[in-house]
Design a protein. Structure first.
Length: 358
């Protein structure tokens, strides 16, 4: 018998990630009895995001942006008004706004609980937590010209420079000369009218992976790995990376599983929530963690197509106490590929991964 109606909230439901969370929940409706009895409420800031998401939602509510002071109050009011049982938080500004009061929410949220949430927001905090491990890149925090000169002496060229906070590779650039770095930091500070902290890292030339996972009270519930192959507008980005993938494939990798599990356990022995880990390989092909997002990232619907429907798994866990028998989805999911275009719906196909070494 189907359970009583539950209400799921999907924030930023017309955004790139929010929309794929909705599509993943919708994809499960045909073969999941619980999904058919759920009400889906979305929140959005724009008319066009609202219009895009309406086909997947019972109702879409307009709210302030995640970086506006009124956001948390509006989120709490929406939860109360609609009797929300569970919420997916889908953008970095929303996660940052929620962080100070994250553990006061009475319902399950997709973003991690404290104390690990701070490491998912600030790359400097993450580096401090992982420093000394084999999967942490050599890093210098840049607050002054002296720090920049130290980084210039410490690293081979090029080295990697990026802002400590922000999504989509904000401010990322490979640096050959210290004058380039000085100009670049000043350009961003003038543009954004801020004194952001910057990080200089050893350059990582290898493959680019994402590892998405669900944890509950220190136990791994589900995980899967994807490899980024191409990016939108990479030819006009100074770093060659835009953070918006146009071609990706799901892969199987024991060493990525082991590395990311160790990292999350180091951040919080009772880790709870969704963690999306980005990895780049070093010159020696070692996996190095570059950032961790406290939300779904990469391409959630590619994972869903491969059988790792993280949105559905998270909902089933917290609403019905159901969890997968095996947390590792990568063996069956490997080979599923996505090609995204600006003028067409995403295309999916299953490749033979037999001879691909990861």
């Amino acid at each position: 018998m189907a359970s009583a109606e539950k209400t799921i909230l999907v924030t930023a439901c017309g955004s790139s990630i929010g929309l794929e969370v909705l599509r993943s929940l919708d994809a499960a409706r045909t073969n999941n009895t619980n999904a058919g009895s759920e009400r889906i409420i979305g929140t959005e800031v724009s008319w066009w995001g609202t219009q895009i998401a309406e086909q997947y939602c019972d109702e879409v509510i307009r709210v302030p942006r995640g970086d506006e002071p009124e956001y948390v109050d509006a989120l709490n009011q929406t939860i109360a008004n609609y009797g929300v049982d569970l919420a997916f938080i889908n953008t970095d500004p929303e996660v940052e706004s929620i962080a100070p009061v994250r553990d006061t929410f009475a319902i399950p949220l997709s973003c991690p609980t404290q104390p690990s949430l701070a490491s998912c927001i600030d790359k400097q905090v993450l580096h401090e937590e992982l420093n000394g491990t084999p999967f942490c890149a050599s890093t210098v925090t840049i607050r002054s010209i002296e720090d920049l000169e130290h980084a210039d002496r410490s690293f081979d060229k090029p080295f990697w420079l990026r802002c400590a906070t922000g999504p989509r590779g904000r401010g990322s650039i490979p640096v050959e000369e210290i004058d380039e770095a000085r100009f670049w930091i000043q350009y961003w500070r003038n543009r954004d009218k801020s004194d952001d902290v910057w990080l200089a890292h050893e350059f990582l030339p290898g493959r680019n992976f994402n590892w998405t996972s669900i944890w509950h009270e220190g136990s791994l519930i589900a995980c899967c790995t994807g490899q980024r192959l191409k990016y939108f507008l990479s030819q006009v980005a100074v770093s060659g990376i835009t953070g918006n993938v146009s071609n990706a494939v799901l892969v199987q990798s024991d060493y990525i599983n082991e590395t990311c599990m160790e990292a999350i356990e180091r951040l919080d022995e009772r880790a709870t929530g969704i963690y999306s880990v980005d990895i780049k390989e070093s010159f020696e092909d070692d996996p190095i963690i570059t950032e961790i997002n406290g939300r779904q990232a990469f391409r959630p619907y590619l994972y869903t197509t491969g059988g790792a429907n993280f949105s559905r798994i998270f909902a089933d866990l917290h609403l019905y106490g159901i969890k997968p028998a095996d947390p590792f989805f990568d063996q069956d999911a490997q080979g599923w590929e996505i090609v995204r275009g600006m003028d067409h719906e995403p295309l999916f196909r299953k490749n033979d991964m037999t001879h691909r070494e990861i």
